[in-house]
Ligand binder design. Structure first.
Ligand SMILES: [Zn+2]
Length: 158
């Protein structure tokens, strides 16, 4: 048995994993979430073939949050450019709720624990505003989100 070969493969695999940057972990998450297919044409892609497309374009204030990024083949990415899809609110809302369920959206410096926060985030039903960050809203709360973190929560009247 040539165990040295296996071990070597494992080692190189492990060292590659150790060098995965946080951004690449998000990329892997998005790739798996989108079932390894281009979000637009549905073509099945290998991980190294993918690009990430900002659904709400950067040029219009879109961010790098996981719910604003979709798996995309190079061809579709080029075609989409900075076009803003009409259905962006519904799509981003769905990707946002998926990210909440997957524990990708958590609080940072808040006086509310993540379990309770998650419960509240699942009530989000609309995008309030997109400037340099996304602001989501439920019927009772408003959430300010940047880099997949909830940085501010505002309780709405009542
Ligand atoms: Zn495509």
């Amino acid at each position: 048995m040539k165990n040295w070969y296996k071990e070597d493969t494992y080692k190189s695999y492990k060292s590659r994993c150790d060098f995965v940057k946080p951004g690449n972990k998000d990329k892997l998450y998005i790739y798996q979430r989108d079932l390894k297919r281009c979000f637009y044409c549905g073509k099945k892609l290998k991980f190294h073939q993918i690009t990430l497309d900002h659904y709400f374009p950067v040029s219009k204030g879109g961010t790098n949050d996981v719910f604003n990024l979709v798996t995309c083949c190079k061809k579709c990415n080029k075609l989409k450019a900075d076009f803003l899809p009409e259905d962006y609110e519904a799509v981003i809302l769905k990707l946002f709720l998926t990210a909440v369920i997957d524990d990708k959206i958590i609080g940072k410096g808040l006086n509310i624990d993540n379990k309770k926060l998650k419960k509240e985030l699942l009530n989000v039903n609309r995008i309030e505003c997109i400037t340099d960050r996304f602001i989501f809203q439920s019927n009772s709360m408003r959430f300010y989100i940047k880099d997949n973190y909830v940085t501010k929560v505002v309780y709405l009247g009542g």
